[in-house]
Design a protein around this ligand. Structure first.
Ligand code: FES
Length: 157
């Protein structure tokens, strides 16, 4: 069972909820806070958020499973999310994904043994003009090639 939200986080959640005319509208920002607190959103956090917002847990699950920025399992310190959608694919994303798999030594959806990197494939990141692109945590990296990937990963080590 996951820990309860700390008092500090509960206070933050109350502040967020107060900004919205209906509690349910605060699902996404509250989930972001929950993820900051626990690193991911398990079914226990889903239930806690549902309880706070007065919605059914399935409503929270729908949101968590729709947005790839919400993690349902623990991720590494750096979450490398590579776009595998059309624009990025046309500009070589698949070769870069293979390169990242080889460099990190993990398949998409997996975390390195040292818990430093999680590699994920995601749908369009909304930055097609920079294709191929990826995000590391909340940072965008575009116009990728192997050399850029080397530099990005080296800077994170
Ligand atoms: S297709 Fe990759 S960012 Fe849109």
């Amino acid at each position: 069972m996951s820990p309860e939200f700390s008092e500090k986080i509960q206070k933050k959640i109350k502040e967020i909820v107060a900004r919205y005319p209906q509690k349910e509208a605060a699902i996404l920002p509250v989930l972001h806070v929950a993820q900051q607190e626990f690193g991911y959103i398990s079914s226990e956090e889903e239930k806690q958020v549902a309880g706070i917002l007065g919605v059914k847990p399935i409503r929270v699950r729908e949101v968590v499973t729709f947005y790839t920025m919400l993690n349902r399992e623990p991720v590494g310190k750096y979450h490398v999310q590579v776009c595998s959608n059309l624009s990025c694919s046309l500009l070589g994303a698949e070769k870069l994904i293979d390169y990242l798999k080889q460099k990190l030594g993990v398949e998409p959806g997996k975390t390195t043994k040292d818990k430093k990197f999680t590699l994920s494939l995601v749908e369009c990141l909304g930055a097609c003009e920079q294709a191929p692109c990826m995000m590391v945590n909340f940072e965008y990296y575009g116009n990728l090639d192997k050399k850029k990937i080397d530099k990005i990963l080296d800077d994170l080590k």
